[in-house]
Ligand binder design. Structure first.
Ligand SMILES: Nc1ncnc2c1ncn2[C@@H]1O[C@H](COP(=O)(O)OP(=O)(O)OP(=O)(O)O)[C@@H](O)[C@H]1O
Ligand SMILES: [Mg+2]
Length: 281
């Protein structure tokens, strides 16, 4: 098993340096991105559609191959790892997706357990008998995410919020150190979105996880995430505390158009203009 290299700085969990991505035949999706997360940092990555948010988090675990630059997790360079070492590194990285990516015909329990074997093929994980401690861990996680009693329910019978809770449990059962979260709430109504964001942040804190959360909903991002990085056209144009995300900073990220509308895209039910007052969820 790969372990922390001796040279690793314990104050740095994840470090991106000069990270760039040009898709074949496409424009540059990421340009020279530098970013550094201390252990336990939970960072919100915001920016307009096409800014490169998904590309950035996918370059971290190499679901997308970076064109240039460095990704270090605990000092270990991920961009140069061979297949076996990459597979091992990916076990330390959990992912949560907007569309949940559940296997519809499988039960909640089976979906959660499928996370146990990281990125190995579905059929391999199903053919394998899961040890009782994995089943115990799955039950305990399902209870923690509020899905006690749902173990045998088929995934396609769940609501959006319940599906994302399964997605969260599946990511956490692999006991990741780093969590990559891509628009976890974009398919959810505003209240469910807040509940899911709160759950992700609580779990990250409980488990001392470092996390990058892509989220285009600015009010939701600033409400839950202490640090914000703003991407525009593949470049970092803001990196600072959520409290410093001023109108000027938002204009740098989203452009001169009305960024309040931009921030509310895809969330038509949101009560605009009152991001910090809705405390019911
Ligand atoms: N597989 C791909 N092949 C070619 N170009 C791509 C690919 N994936 C993304 N792109 C392009 O790279 C840029 C960044 O896309 P990306 O999906 O990372 O943005 P995003 O910030 O996640 O956007 P959104 O908020 O819509 O999810 C866009 O111009 C997009 O069209
Ligand atoms: Mg995206």
């Amino acid at each position: 098993m790969s372990s922390t290299p001796p040279s690793a700085d314990p104050a740095v969990k994840l470090e991106l340096r000069g990270l760039s991505k040009r898709y074949p035949g496409g424009a540059e999706a990421l340009r020279d991105v530098d970013m550094r997360l201390a252990p336990g940092d939970v960072l919100g990555l915001i920016g307009p559609s096409g800014a490169g948010k998904s590309t950035l988090i996918r370059c971290i675990n190499r679901l997308v191959e970076p064109s240039q630059g460095s990704v270090r997790l605990d000092g270990e360079e991920l961009t140069s790892l061979g297949a076996g070492a990459l597979r091992r590194a990916r076990r330390r990285i959990g992912m949560i997706f907007q569309e949940f990516a559940l296997v519809e015909r499988l039960t909640v329990m089976e979906n959660v357990l499928s996370g146990r074997l990281g990125y190995t093929g579905l059929w391999r994980s199903l053919a394998r008998r899961f040890p009782p401690e994995d089943v115990e861990a799955a039950l305990s996680l399902l209870s923690r995410v509020g899905l006690e009693g749902f173990t045998d329910q088929r995934a396609d019978r769940l609501s959006g919020g319940q599906r994302q809770r399964v997605g969260i449990a599946r990511a956490l059962i692999q006991q990741p150190e780093l969590l990559l979260v891509d628009e976890p709430t974009a398919s959810l109504d505003p209240k469910t979105a807040r509940q899911i964001m709160r759950l992700i942040c609580e779990l990250a804190a409980e488990r001392s996880l470092t996390a990058v959360v892509n989220i285009h909903d600015v009010p939701l991002a600033t409400r839950f995430l202490p640090r914000i990085v703003g991407l525009r056209d593949g470049r970092v144009v803001f990196d600072g505390p959520a409290s410093e995300l001023t109108a000027e900073a938002l204009t740098a990220i989203y452009g001169e158009e009305d960024w309040r509308d931009t921030a509310a895209d895809g969330d038509e039910d949101r009560h605009s203009g009152a991001p910090h007052t809705d405390r019911e969820a």
